[in-house]
Design a protein around this ligand. Sequence first.
Ligand SMILES: [Zn+2]
Length: 230
Amino acid sequence: MKRRETEEYIVAFRPKPVFEPSIRKRPSPPVQVESPAPAPPRSVVETPKSSPTILQPARPAVFNFRFSATLEFKDKFERLAEVLGVENAQNHMAEILENALDIALEKKDPKQKLDRRRKKQRARTVTSRSNEIVNKDEPAKSRYVAAEVLERVHERDAYQCVYRGSAGRRCAARAGLHIDHSDPFGIFHSNDELIRRLLCPAHNGLEAERVYGSAFIRRKIEARRKARSP
Ligand SMILES: [Zn+2]
């Protein structure tokens, strides 16, 4: 088990205290006062000793979060509470933030977009059996790819980078994935989803260099050969 999995397992037997929701101001650094006047009583806000950020299991299926954020974050949080009509925002932090996450995921997550699209398509085919014309074999004129194709590529590649290292182990990256042409568009002029694949930023860069690098070298060699022949 990974460390995180072990922690989640352990809290089933030894639950940790669940945090009370709160917004607190960070203690400001102590101010040096010249006069020997008695120092004002220090606020009782404790600073986290090790790491300012916490995400830990507290009980089975319950997690403690703790982090510091900017004033802008706080303002946005309180504004969202107003917009959602949640009174006493501080007591409903998790609920309000989850709402924000739902909205963001609905907008950004290729998985959710694909599910939504399929639902819509099913509804459409039920009402009218349209005779759509699809010119699948026609070469693509631009790099524009239908959002649906991108979403399907994400799904096919299981929302994870498909790059395999020399040992054959697949890259585990799931963040910031790019869709790459396994054959560069510049050569094949096709937006077929079969030649598209999901890569993390690092491997996307590596592959672009490999593909375009070698194509560039091929063109150079060709040009040199032509220049030499009379
Ligand atoms: Zn990768």
